[in-house]
Design a protein around this ligand. Structure first.
Ligand SMILES: *Cc1c(COP(=O)(O)O)cnc(C)c1O
Length: 237
């Protein structure tokens, strides 16, 4: 079985190939290592390979792992999971980024709870690009208003947009969902709101996401291996 270093090199080379195929600058995509359900030891191992940005989905795991790994000075935590208003404080205190902000109340709490000694919390607004009623994310029609309001909050820095597309084997349908996120970024820019980040693409579809403009790809399985029921909060998938 491949070592974590080999898997990390493999993912980095997938990213580089996709960037070259898309005729984009070589440093235009950042790899976020999604470590949810995996232990602090696995994160430390990948950190020592050279990886710096790690993504967590569950507030409790973020709290525990950020305490356990506080000696890794350059480790940067990204919160990417569903955010409930009673759980915002830990994210405001431990994360450098929150990718899953989809309503004003959450943004206001993160802003109020962000400690003054830390730099502003970097924010992506999660957009529901598939239109599925069950999905989290702000509706595309409501994005501009939310973005303008969030931009005015202190202690936050609005950086970009994030999406989790509807899973599908249809590559064109998948690409169209990523493309919608890029189009929304352009529409905001046309109205004077410049954002530099598109957080989209995971283990199975990072090439398609990079072709459509992703600047952060969130990769778990391809780095750490499959999440099993014994290490997962979300059950089999
Ligand atoms: C789990 C997760 C990922 C990583 O998915 P993989 O398929 O394991 O690469 C990315 N983004 C979010 C929001 C996730 O919950």
């Amino acid at each position: 079985m491949a070592t974590i270093f080999e898997r990390w090199q493999g993912v980095l080379s997938r990213v580089q190939t996709a960037v070259i195929m898309a005729h984009r600058p070589t440093d235009s995509v950042t790899l976020l290592a999604v470590s949810k359900t995996f232990p602090s030891e696995a994160i430390a191992e990948l950190y020592h390979c050279g990886q710096r940005a790690f993504g967590e989905n569950y507030v409790q795991e973020l709290t525990e792992k950020s305490a356990a790994l506080s000696h890794l000075a350059e480790l940067e935590w990204h919160f990417i999971g569903p955010l409930q208003s009673n759980k915002t404080r830990a994210v405001a205190e431990h994360a450098a980024w929150a990718h899953s902000v989809d309503r004003l109340k959450i943004a206001e709490r993160l802003s109020a709870q962000r400690p003054n000694h830390l730099p502003p919390l970097q924010i992506c607004l999660q957009v529901n690009v598939s239109g599925e009623a069950s999905k989290s994310g702000v509706a595309p029609e409501q994005l501009a208003e939310l973005a303008q309001t969030v931009r005015g909050l202190p202690r936050l820095q609005l950086r970009g947009l994030m999406c989790i597309p509807e899973p599908t084997d249809n590559v064109e349908l998948l690409a169209s969902q990523f493309r919608l996120l890029a189009q929304l970024q352009h529409q905001l820019a046309d109205n004077g709101l410049l954002l530099d980040t598109l957080s989209m693409g995971m283990s199975a579809d990072l090439e398609t996401a990079i072709a459509e403009g992703a600047t952060i790809v969130r990769v778990g399985t391809a780095l750490f291996g499959a999440r099993t029921t014994s290490n997962s909060h979300e059950g089999p998938r």
